[in-house]
Design a protein around this ligand. Structure first.
Ligand code: KIV
Length: 297
C-alpha cells in the first residue's frame, strides 16, 4: 500500500500540524512499509483501537517470514532458553547467548520493531546494571527496544533506561524469570489483582511504552488495559488486551507435547517436519535421492 492515500490525509489543520501525514495512516498494517515500526505507531494503534500481534523470533528465517506476514513487533525473547538453547527454563540464558539472535533478527528485517529481552540477572541488580545491559542490546545488537520482567520492583531501572533513550517494554503477571519464587501459575487472582494493576501503572509512570500481561485473568487484563494509556500485550490474558503475543514455536505447533491452555496452534510444523525428515531418510536409504535432476553431468 502506498505511504500516502487520499483517505489518510487528515481533515483538520491542527491534526496535520501535530502529526506527520504518514503517521496518521492506519498505524500498523495499513500503510507504513518503508521504515521500521516505532513506539509511536504502537501508541497510535492503541489510541485508534487497532489490535496487533507480536511473535518471538530468534533467527533470520523466521524473522523474514514474520515480517512478510505483517507482524509489526518481534521479540527476541529469553524463551530462546527452552526453544533454541536446550535449557529447561529461561533462567540460565545469558546476554552473550541472546545477542547474536538479536543481531540476526535485526539484520534480516527492515520493518518490525525488534525488542530484546533482558535475561535473568542482567538488570535486577541496579538501574546502572540494567542500563549497561540494555546499551549492549541497542549498540551491539541493533535492537530498537528492550523488555524486562517485574513491576514496581524494576521501576527505577525503567526510568533510567528511558531517560537514557532506550524504549522499554514491561512484563507483569507470570514472569518466568521468577519462577523459582512464584512458580508458573496464573497471577493476579483475587486480592492480588490490585497489586498487579499497581505494578503495571508503576511501569507506565516510569516511562515504559507497553506492558506484557502474562497469565492474568481476562477480566483483570481488560481492567489494566483500560486503566493504562500505553498498550498492553497479552499472553494468556484474554482478548481484552491491545495486542497479543505468542512464542512462535507454540503458535506454529513446533513445540513438543500438549499446548498450554492459552496457546492456539495455527499449524503443525512438528508433524510436517517429521514427515519431511522421514521421507528424506527413506529416499536416501532406498537410493531414490538424489535423482538425475539433483545431479551434475
Ligand atoms: O521470552 C518470551 O518469549 C516472552 C514472551 C512470552 C512474552 O517473554
Amino acid at each position: 500500500m502506498p505511504e500516502s492515500t487520499p483517505e489518510s490525509v487528515p481533515e483538520s489543520e491542527s491534526e496535520s500540524e501535530s502529526v506527520p501525514a504518514s503517521d496518521q495512516l492506519p498505524a500498523l498494517y495499513g500503510g507504513i512499509t518503508n521504515r521500521r515500526v516505532r513506539i509511536r505507531d504502537l501508541q497510535l494503534a492503541k489510541d485508534q483501537g487497532e489490535r496487533w500481534a507480536m511473535l518471538t523470533s530468534y533467527d533470520m528465517l523466521t524473522a523474514g517470514i514474520f515480517e512478510a506476514a505483517g507482524i509489526p513487533v518481534l521479540l527476541v525473547g529469553d524463551s530462546a532458553g527452552n526453544n533454541v538453547l536446550g535449557y529447561a527454563t529461561t533462567v540460565p540464558v545469558t546476554v552473550d547467548e541472546l545477542l547474536p539472535m538479536v543481531r540476526a533478527v535485526v539484520r534480516s528485517t527492515t520493518r518490525p520493531l525488534v525488542v530484546a529481552d533482558l535475561p535473568f540477572g542482567s538488570y535486577q541488580g541496579s538501574p546502572e546494571q540494567a542500563l549497561s545491559t540494555a546499551v549492549r542490546f541497542v549498540k551491539e545488537g541493533g535492537a530498537q527496544a528492550v523488555k524486562l520482567e517485574g513491576g514496581t520492583r524494576v521501576a527505577a531501572q525503567v526510568e533510567l533506561l528511558v531517560s537514557a533513550g532506550v524504549p522499554v517494554m514491561g512484563h507483569v503477571g507470570l514472569t518466568p524469570q521468577s519462577e523459582l519464587v512464584t512458580g508458573l501459575r496464573v497471577q493476579g487472582r483475587g486480592e492480588a489483582a490490585d497489586a498487579l494493576l499497581d505494578d503495571a501503572l508503576a511501569l507506565e509512570a516510569a516511562g515504559a511504552f507497553s506492558v506484557v500481561l502474562e497469565a492474568v485473568p481476562a477480566d483483570l487484563a481488560e481492567r489494566v488495559t483500560k486503566e493504562l494509556t500505553i498498550p498492553t500485550i497479552g499472553i494468556g490474558a484474554g482478548v481484552g488486551c491491545d495486542a497479543q503475543v505468542l512464542v512462535w514455536t507454540d503458535m506454529a505447533g513446533l513445540t513438543p507435547g500438549a499446548p498450554l491452555t492459552f496457546v492456539k496452534q495455527y499449524a503443525d510444523l512438528r508433524g510436517i517436519l517429521t514427515e519431511a525428515t522421514r521421507a528424506f531418510s527413506d529416499e536416501v536409504r532406498q537410493g531414490r535421492f538424489p535423482g538425475p535432476e539433483h545431479s551434475f553431468s
